[in-house]
Design a protein around this ligand. Sequence first.
Ligand code: GTP
Length: 418
Amino acid sequence: MEINKNQLLRFTTAGSVDDGKSTLIGRLLYDSKSIFEDQLESVTNTTKKKGQEGVDLALFTDGLKDEREQGITIDVAYRYFTTPKRKFIIADTPGHIQYTRNMVTGASTANAAIILIDARNGVIEQTKRHTFIASLLQIPHIIVCINKMDLVDFKEEVYEDIMSQFEEFASKLLIKDVRFIPISALLGDNVVNRSTNMDWYQGAPLLHELETMHISSDINKVDGRFAVQTVLRPQKEGFIDYRGYAGRIASGIYRVGDEVSVLPSGFTSTIKSINAGEEEVQEAFAPMSVAITLTNDIDISRGDMLVKTNNQPEIEQEFDVMLCWLNNEAAKPRAKYTLMHTSNEQKAIIKKVVYKIDINTYDRIRDDENLAMNDIARVTVRASRRLMIDAYRENRNTGSLILIDERSNETVAAGMIV
Ligand SMILES: Nc1nc2c(ncn2[C@@H]2O[C@H](COP(=O)(O)OP(=O)(O)OP(=O)(O)O)[C@@H](O)[C@H]2O)c(=O)[nH]1
């Protein structure tokens, strides 16, 4: 299996306004020489026009803001860069007020989250919120970058102090791997190159951490889950009897000859062939996009799921989720939303708010049914039909969903199935 070849790491950045997200990403790209010449030229020119010297690193990511303002449902822009060691995808979420929303939508497939803290401010409410969401989303690796160290004279005490503030609250959460790096995104200390201003820091710079962290166990290779996106019936010679089910493998490994069950119908069949792009393969695994054919003719449509017969998800119409409310407009009790789960789309209501989370203490607040922007709550959702679900803890893909407002078409909430 070639899982390790050209290993891809997805990460996301979170921080409050002006903590330096854009500058950090710009610095990463610039120092790792991942910026294309033409882009560099245009940024240098724009910087000059703004009457500044050098390069304004934030401009590398500001271009993304246009994309965001077109009002796409999930407003995350993706940036790609490659170093000799790895490929990277940054779910870039520059944002002002809608931090939570950006983070949730960008982070559900992330291997790592970079949480930025301004060294002058230390841990603030946003830091706690982002960390809570990162733990809720079970992002496997968290890197806390304590930024703007140049503005606190590169003092070790400041770094140590913020680190213990962080550890104090994060110890209440389920976080597998957290590391801390003191950086100056603006000057480049400990981003790609080791800082000469902080000899007391023994760890590696950020890029090195990103290049070397162990991520191959981040993928669920155990539970076979494949949601059908499209049924392929090419009307051309040689393909008359072909009926392929195309989609992306959410988790697990599928091999030719495997017995599968089709859900929700429950019919079983055997995998006849697997195509990945042009190529016919003997096995495929998450997150590959493939077309699968079966040995029998079964009525299968979009949203159905092919699973291994001896390892099946739950099929439920009503279930609990941890929900992050992402919209300016508060949740409307019993209003209908469009629920998107794998390739399935249904109507759903929030039947009940079980409790809300107090983001400062992580306490549970009961008897408060009001869900406003950035709130996190455990709720009971009821869908119009049954869904094939897993607990998010077991499967980040089949365990997550989003709710969309039918009128505005905006994503209003993201949920992790409990
Ligand atoms: N001195 C110093 N300034 C920094 C550093 N990193 C960022 N800044 C400055 O902080 C300001 C905000 O940086 P941005 O990168 O735009 O911050 P952001 O978090 O992307 O902000 P939004 O996109 O508005 O959320 C800019 O003026 C940067 O030049 C740093 O390490 N040291």
